[in-house]
Write a protein that binds this ligand. Structure first.
Ligand code: NDP
Length: 288
Protein backbone atom coordinates (compact mmCIF):
# COMPACT_ATOMS: atom_id res chain seq x y z
CA UNK A 1 0.00 0.00 0.00
CA UNK A 2 1.10 3.57 -0.53
CA UNK A 3 1.13 5.83 2.53
CA UNK A 4 0.53 9.51 1.86
CA UNK A 5 3.50 11.88 2.07
CA UNK A 6 3.57 14.02 5.21
CA UNK A 7 5.49 17.21 5.97
CA UNK A 8 6.55 17.94 9.56
CA UNK A 9 7.62 21.48 10.48
CA UNK A 10 9.10 21.90 13.95
CA UNK A 11 11.54 19.31 15.23
CA UNK A 12 11.58 19.74 18.98
CA UNK A 13 11.18 16.52 20.98
CA UNK A 14 7.55 16.18 19.84
CA UNK A 15 8.14 16.85 16.14
CA UNK A 16 11.03 14.38 16.10
CA UNK A 17 8.91 11.71 17.81
CA UNK A 18 6.07 12.25 15.32
CA UNK A 19 8.45 12.09 12.36
CA UNK A 20 9.95 8.86 13.68
CA UNK A 21 6.48 7.31 14.13
CA UNK A 22 5.40 8.32 10.61
CA UNK A 23 8.59 6.94 9.06
CA UNK A 24 8.06 3.73 11.01
CA UNK A 25 4.56 3.42 9.55
CA UNK A 26 5.96 3.77 6.04
CA UNK A 27 5.08 7.39 5.25
CA UNK A 28 7.49 9.47 3.17
CA UNK A 29 8.23 12.42 5.50
CA UNK A 30 9.67 15.80 4.54
CA UNK A 31 10.93 17.95 7.41
CA UNK A 32 11.88 21.58 8.02
CA UNK A 33 13.13 23.22 11.20
CA UNK A 34 14.37 26.76 11.87
CA UNK A 35 17.55 25.38 13.38
CA UNK A 36 18.46 23.03 10.51
CA UNK A 37 20.77 20.78 12.55
CA UNK A 38 17.80 19.62 14.61
CA UNK A 39 16.68 17.64 11.54
CA UNK A 40 19.86 15.53 11.45
CA UNK A 41 18.54 12.68 13.60
CA UNK A 42 15.32 12.15 11.61
CA UNK A 43 17.10 12.59 8.27
CA UNK A 44 19.38 9.73 9.38
CA UNK A 45 16.20 7.65 9.88
CA UNK A 46 14.95 8.38 6.36
CA UNK A 47 13.22 11.77 6.42
CA UNK A 48 13.86 14.23 3.60
CA UNK A 49 15.25 17.64 4.57
CA UNK A 50 13.52 20.56 2.83
CA UNK A 51 15.80 23.51 2.11
CA UNK A 52 13.02 26.08 2.44
CA UNK A 53 9.58 26.39 4.00
CA UNK A 54 8.12 26.59 0.48
CA UNK A 55 9.79 23.28 -0.43
CA UNK A 56 8.46 21.70 2.75
CA UNK A 57 4.91 22.83 1.94
CA UNK A 58 5.18 21.67 -1.67
CA UNK A 59 6.13 18.13 -0.65
CA UNK A 60 2.81 17.09 0.93
CA UNK A 61 -0.87 17.96 1.05
CA UNK A 62 -0.86 17.38 4.83
CA UNK A 63 1.54 19.48 6.90
CA UNK A 64 2.02 18.85 10.62
CA UNK A 65 3.28 21.70 12.79
CA UNK A 66 4.89 21.00 16.16
CA UNK A 67 6.00 24.39 17.48
CA UNK A 68 6.23 26.28 20.75
CA UNK A 69 3.11 28.33 20.00
CA UNK A 70 1.03 29.82 17.17
CA UNK A 71 3.35 32.83 16.85
CA UNK A 72 5.99 30.39 15.59
CA UNK A 73 3.51 29.21 12.93
CA UNK A 74 2.95 32.82 11.82
CA UNK A 75 6.72 33.45 11.70
CA UNK A 76 7.30 30.36 9.55
CA UNK A 77 4.29 30.30 7.21
CA UNK A 78 4.26 34.05 6.53
CA UNK A 79 7.53 33.50 4.65
CA UNK A 80 5.78 31.17 2.18
CA UNK A 81 2.15 32.28 1.87
CA UNK A 82 2.14 31.55 -1.89
CA UNK A 83 2.65 27.86 -1.13
CA UNK A 84 -0.30 27.48 1.25
CA UNK A 85 -3.20 27.02 -1.18
CA UNK A 86 -4.80 23.57 -0.96
CA UNK A 87 -2.83 22.50 2.12
CA UNK A 88 -4.20 20.94 5.27
CA UNK A 89 -2.23 22.43 8.15
CA UNK A 90 -2.45 20.23 11.24
CA UNK A 91 -1.17 22.41 14.06
CA UNK A 92 -0.27 20.31 17.11
CA UNK A 93 1.16 23.28 19.04
CA UNK A 94 -0.25 24.68 22.24
CA UNK A 95 -1.84 28.14 22.41
CA UNK A 96 -5.01 29.90 23.50
CA UNK A 97 -8.32 28.97 21.84
CA UNK A 98 -8.55 32.57 20.56
CA UNK A 99 -5.20 32.34 18.73
CA UNK A 100 -6.33 29.03 17.27
CA UNK A 101 -9.49 30.55 15.81
CA UNK A 102 -7.53 33.53 14.38
CA UNK A 103 -5.07 31.13 12.74
CA UNK A 104 -7.92 29.25 11.05
CA UNK A 105 -9.12 32.52 9.55
CA UNK A 106 -5.62 33.56 8.42
CA UNK A 107 -4.98 30.18 6.76
CA UNK A 108 -8.38 30.26 5.11
CA UNK A 109 -7.49 33.68 3.61
CA UNK A 110 -4.52 31.91 1.97
CA UNK A 111 -6.56 28.95 0.70
CA UNK A 112 -5.45 26.48 3.39
CA UNK A 113 -7.44 24.63 6.03
CA UNK A 114 -6.56 24.21 9.68
CA UNK A 115 -7.02 21.11 11.79
CA UNK A 116 -6.11 21.81 15.40
CA UNK A 117 -4.49 19.05 17.43
CA UNK A 118 -3.66 18.57 21.09
CA UNK A 119 -1.28 15.71 21.80
CA UNK A 120 -2.09 14.23 25.21
CA UNK A 121 1.09 12.29 25.87
CA UNK A 122 4.73 13.12 26.31
CA UNK A 123 7.19 12.64 23.50
CA UNK A 124 8.35 9.12 24.41
CA UNK A 125 4.75 7.82 24.17
CA UNK A 126 3.94 9.30 20.74
CA UNK A 127 2.79 6.50 18.43
CA UNK A 128 2.17 4.01 21.26
CA UNK A 129 -1.07 2.48 22.58
CA UNK A 130 -1.36 5.11 25.34
CA UNK A 131 -1.18 8.02 22.93
CA UNK A 132 -4.27 10.02 21.98
CA UNK A 133 -4.72 13.34 20.25
CA UNK A 134 -7.68 15.74 20.34
CA UNK A 135 -8.65 17.27 16.99
CA UNK A 136 -11.04 20.02 15.93
CA UNK A 137 -11.75 21.75 12.65
CA UNK A 138 -13.25 20.62 9.33
CA UNK A 139 -14.69 17.11 9.72
CA UNK A 140 -14.11 16.12 6.09
CA UNK A 141 -10.39 17.00 6.34
CA UNK A 142 -10.13 14.96 9.52
CA UNK A 143 -11.91 11.98 7.93
CA UNK A 144 -9.74 12.12 4.81
CA UNK A 145 -6.50 11.91 6.83
CA UNK A 146 -7.61 9.97 9.91
CA UNK A 147 -5.52 6.90 9.02
CA UNK A 148 -2.37 9.01 8.81
CA UNK A 149 -3.15 10.88 12.04
CA UNK A 150 -3.74 7.54 13.79
CA UNK A 151 -0.01 6.84 13.49
CA UNK A 152 0.62 9.48 16.19
CA UNK A 153 -1.96 8.06 18.58
CA UNK A 154 -5.72 7.47 18.76
CA UNK A 155 -7.37 10.43 17.01
CA UNK A 156 -10.24 11.90 19.07
CA UNK A 157 -12.27 14.33 16.96
CA UNK A 158 -14.16 16.84 19.16
CA UNK A 159 -15.98 19.05 16.63
CA UNK A 160 -15.86 21.69 13.89
CA UNK A 161 -15.09 24.64 16.22
CA UNK A 162 -11.32 25.11 15.92
CA UNK A 163 -11.02 26.10 19.59
CA UNK A 164 -12.29 22.75 20.88
CA UNK A 165 -9.14 20.63 20.61
CA UNK A 166 -7.15 23.40 22.30
CA UNK A 167 -9.76 23.65 25.07
CA UNK A 168 -9.83 19.90 25.68
CA UNK A 169 -6.03 19.91 25.76
CA UNK A 170 -6.01 22.77 28.27
CA UNK A 171 -8.73 21.20 30.41
CA UNK A 172 -6.64 18.03 30.68
CA UNK A 173 -3.47 20.02 31.39
CA UNK A 174 -5.38 22.10 33.97
CA UNK A 175 -5.92 18.90 35.95
CA UNK A 176 -2.40 17.68 35.24
CA UNK A 177 -0.44 20.82 36.15
CA UNK A 178 -2.48 21.54 39.27
CA UNK A 179 -2.19 17.94 40.47
CA UNK A 180 1.56 17.87 39.93
CA UNK A 181 2.00 21.14 41.83
CA UNK A 182 -0.14 19.76 44.67
CA UNK A 183 2.07 16.68 44.82
CA UNK A 184 5.20 18.86 45.11
CA UNK A 185 3.58 21.01 47.78
CA UNK A 186 2.54 17.97 49.84
CA UNK A 187 6.02 16.51 49.53
CA UNK A 188 7.56 19.80 50.72
CA UNK A 189 5.20 19.90 53.71
CA UNK A 190 6.45 16.52 54.91
CA UNK A 191 10.06 17.29 53.99
CA UNK A 192 9.91 20.31 56.32
CA UNK A 193 9.21 17.79 59.10
CA UNK A 194 12.19 15.68 58.03
CA UNK A 195 10.35 13.06 55.95
CA UNK A 196 12.44 12.01 52.91
CA UNK A 197 10.72 12.48 49.54
CA UNK A 198 10.74 8.74 48.63
CA UNK A 199 8.97 7.87 51.89
CA UNK A 200 5.92 9.90 50.91
CA UNK A 201 5.86 8.89 47.21
CA UNK A 202 3.75 5.68 47.54
CA UNK A 203 1.13 7.52 49.62
CA UNK A 204 0.88 10.21 46.96
CA UNK A 205 0.32 7.54 44.31
CA UNK A 206 -2.45 6.01 46.42
CA UNK A 207 -4.15 9.41 46.68
CA UNK A 208 -3.97 10.01 42.93
CA UNK A 209 -5.73 6.67 42.43
CA UNK A 210 -8.36 7.55 45.04
CA UNK A 211 -9.18 10.87 43.37
CA UNK A 212 -10.67 9.11 40.35
CA UNK A 213 -12.87 7.06 42.71
CA UNK A 214 -14.17 10.32 44.23
CA UNK A 215 -15.15 11.62 40.80
CA UNK A 216 -17.76 8.91 40.21
CA UNK A 217 -21.19 10.51 39.77
CA UNK A 218 -19.88 14.04 40.32
CA UNK A 219 -20.33 15.24 36.72
CA UNK A 220 -24.06 14.48 36.98
CA UNK A 221 -24.28 16.54 40.21
CA UNK A 222 -22.52 19.44 38.49
CA UNK A 223 -24.85 19.21 35.49
CA UNK A 224 -27.95 19.17 37.74
CA UNK A 225 -26.60 21.88 40.07
CA UNK A 226 -27.54 19.64 42.99
CA UNK A 227 -24.88 18.93 45.63
CA UNK A 228 -26.03 16.50 48.32
CA UNK A 229 -24.20 17.16 51.59
CA UNK A 230 -23.90 13.56 52.72
CA UNK A 231 -20.31 12.57 53.31
CA UNK A 232 -17.85 15.38 52.69
CA UNK A 233 -19.51 18.77 53.31
CA UNK A 234 -17.97 22.10 52.33
CA UNK A 235 -17.70 23.08 56.03
CA UNK A 236 -15.82 19.89 56.91
CA UNK A 237 -13.47 20.01 53.90
CA UNK A 238 -13.05 23.80 54.32
CA UNK A 239 -11.75 23.25 57.86
CA UNK A 240 -9.16 20.86 56.42
CA UNK A 241 -8.23 23.45 53.78
CA UNK A 242 -7.61 25.92 56.64
CA UNK A 243 -5.43 23.36 58.42
CA UNK A 244 -3.30 22.75 55.31
CA UNK A 245 -2.66 26.50 54.97
CA UNK A 246 -1.81 26.71 58.70
CA UNK A 247 0.55 23.75 58.47
CA UNK A 248 2.24 25.20 55.36
CA UNK A 249 2.76 28.59 57.00
CA UNK A 250 4.16 26.90 60.12
CA UNK A 251 6.50 24.84 57.95
CA UNK A 252 7.73 27.99 56.20
CA UNK A 253 6.87 26.69 52.73
CA UNK A 254 5.00 28.44 49.92
CA UNK A 255 1.23 28.22 50.46
CA UNK A 256 -0.05 29.84 47.26
CA UNK A 257 -1.79 26.71 46.00
CA UNK A 258 -3.51 25.67 49.27
CA UNK A 259 -4.55 29.33 49.78
CA UNK A 260 -6.29 29.29 46.40
CA UNK A 261 -8.15 26.12 47.38
CA UNK A 262 -8.98 27.58 50.81
CA UNK A 263 -10.41 30.64 49.07
CA UNK A 264 -12.86 28.44 47.11
CA UNK A 265 -14.08 26.89 50.36
CA UNK A 266 -14.41 30.21 52.20
CA UNK A 267 -16.39 31.74 49.36
CA UNK A 268 -18.62 28.67 49.01
CA UNK A 269 -19.40 28.83 52.73
CA UNK A 270 -20.11 32.57 52.46
CA UNK A 271 -22.50 31.81 49.59
CA UNK A 272 -24.44 29.41 51.79
CA UNK A 273 -23.02 26.10 50.56
CA UNK A 274 -21.53 25.02 53.91
CA UNK A 275 -23.91 22.09 54.28
CA UNK A 276 -23.61 21.02 50.64
CA UNK A 277 -21.11 18.57 49.18
CA UNK A 278 -17.69 19.76 47.99
CA UNK A 279 -18.84 19.79 44.32
CA UNK A 280 -20.78 22.99 45.20
CA UNK A 281 -17.44 24.85 44.89
CA UNK A 282 -18.32 24.66 41.21
CA UNK A 283 -20.79 27.54 41.79
CA UNK A 284 -17.96 29.77 43.05
CA UNK A 285 -15.63 28.79 40.22
CA UNK A 286 -18.18 29.29 37.43
CA UNK A 287 -19.21 32.79 38.57
CA UNK A 288 -16.05 34.83 38.87
P1 NDP B 1 10.09 22.64 21.66
O1 NDP B 1 9.96 23.94 22.36
O2 NDP B 1 11.23 21.79 21.98
O3 NDP B 1 10.09 22.82 20.07
C1 NDP B 1 9.68 23.94 19.57
C2 NDP B 1 9.86 23.96 18.07
O4 NDP B 1 9.32 25.22 17.69
C3 NDP B 1 11.31 23.92 17.60
O5 NDP B 1 11.33 23.22 16.37
C4 NDP B 1 11.63 25.39 17.41
O6 NDP B 1 12.61 25.64 16.43
C5 NDP B 1 10.31 25.89 16.91
N1 NDP B 1 10.10 27.32 17.09
C6 NDP B 1 9.79 28.00 18.21
N2 NDP B 1 9.66 29.30 17.96
C7 NDP B 1 9.89 29.47 16.63
C8 NDP B 1 9.88 30.58 15.76
N3 NDP B 1 9.57 31.83 16.20
N4 NDP B 1 10.16 30.38 14.47
C9 NDP B 1 10.43 29.14 14.01
N5 NDP B 1 10.45 28.04 14.77
C10 NDP B 1 10.18 28.20 16.08
O7 NDP B 1 8.68 21.96 21.90
P2 NDP B 1 8.20 20.42 21.96
O8 NDP B 1 8.67 19.64 20.81
O9 NDP B 1 8.44 19.89 23.31
O10 NDP B 1 6.65 20.70 21.86
C11 NDP B 1 6.03 21.20 20.70
C12 NDP B 1 4.56 21.45 21.01
O11 NDP B 1 3.96 20.24 21.48
C13 NDP B 1 4.35 22.50 22.09
O12 NDP B 1 3.26 23.30 21.73
C14 NDP B 1 4.03 21.70 23.31
O13 NDP B 1 3.16 22.40 24.19
C15 NDP B 1 3.31 20.48 22.71
N6 NDP B 1 3.39 19.29 23.54
C16 NDP B 1 4.60 18.87 24.04
C17 NDP B 1 4.70 17.73 24.81
C18 NDP B 1 6.04 17.24 25.29
O14 NDP B 1 6.07 16.25 26.03
N7 NDP B 1 7.14 17.85 24.92
C19 NDP B 1 3.50 16.96 25.15
C20 NDP B 1 2.30 17.42 24.54
C21 NDP B 1 2.28 18.56 23.78
P3 NDP B 1 14.18 25.65 16.82
O15 NDP B 1 14.61 24.21 16.90
O16 NDP B 1 14.81 26.40 15.73
O17 NDP B 1 14.28 26.36 18.16
Amino acid sequence: DTREPVTVIGLGPMGQAMTTALLGAGHPVTVWNRTASRADAVVAKGATRAATVADALAASEIVLLSLTDYQAMDDILSTATDSLAGKLIVNLSSDTPQRTVEAARWLSDHGARLLVGGVMVSEELVGTEQSYVFYSGPRDSFDAHEATLAVLGRPDYRGEDHALAQLYYQAQLDIFLTSLAAYLHATALLKAAGVPEPTFAPYATEMFDMVSYFLRGIAEQLERGDYPGDGASVTMMGATADHIVGASDAAGIDATLPRAVQSYYHRAIAAGHGGNGWPSLYEVIRKR
